[in-house]
Design a protein. Structure first.
Length: 203
């Protein structure tokens, strides 16, 4: 009886081993290595509502300034859980999921180097525009990104595109037009949105 029991156990163990190997080969037990939890500074002015920041980055909302210390605590489902200068926040990849991964999204938003060092070297009008979260004619791409963030990836697939599409709100689009020198040539929008998002030098 004991020999029969041991034989059955051996057969069951063998079958289980074969099944496990087959499933592992099929990728059932494969787990994606967890991406690194970045620590650094916000790339740009990031607009928020309560504890939520979206990749739409609506310009009419209040914003957390570029260069704010930020620590990525964990990855969620199309969202990042972060600590921004002591405040718990969530950042959602709401619209650009087909164009970039969550890890790529985190990498561009959380910078190793504090952008405030670059901002300090910009001309005074550019610094002031960034302070207000506005774009200005003549800005280069780096300056525009710091001022109003990255455009939604689903609407502006490449930063080499001649037009970047932004939103001040869900009903207020504005278009940043680039010249061949990589500078803002024009911002196309309605008058109300222009007054909110386009810098005018203070008199």
């Amino acid at each position: 009886m004991t020999k029969m029991t041991n034989k059955i156990k051996s057969m069951l163990f063998f079958c289980a081993a074969v099944w496990s190997g087959a499933q592992a080969q099929a990728g059932w037990f494969d787990s994606k290595p967890e991406a690194p939890l970045r620590t650094g500074y916000t790339c740009c002015n990031l607009h928020y509502e309560d504890d939520w920041i979206s990749d739409s980055n609506f310009g009419s909302l209040p914003f957390i300034p570029a260069g704010t210390p930020v620590k990525l605590k964990s990855y969620g489902s199309n969202r990042l859980y972060v600590d921004m200068n002591g405040k718990e926040m969530r950042i959602g990849l709401d619209y650009g999921r087909a164009q970039e991964t969550l890890e790529q999204f985190a990498e561009k938003l959380i910078m190793t180097d504090d952008p405030k060092a670059k901002i300090a070297q910009y001309p005074a009008p550019v610094r002031e525009a960034i302070k207000f979260g506005q774009v200005a004619v003549g800005m280069n791409k780096e300056q525009a990104i710091i001022a109003v963030g990255y455009p939604q990836r689903d609407e502006t697939v490449s930063l080499d595109a001649p037009v970047w599409n932004y939103w001040a709100s869900s009903f207020s689009p504005y278009r940043v037009m680039w010249n061949k020198k990589g500078q803002i040539a024009e911002v196309v929008t309605d008058p109300v949105t222009a007054s909110r998002m386009v810098y005018r030098k203070q008199k």
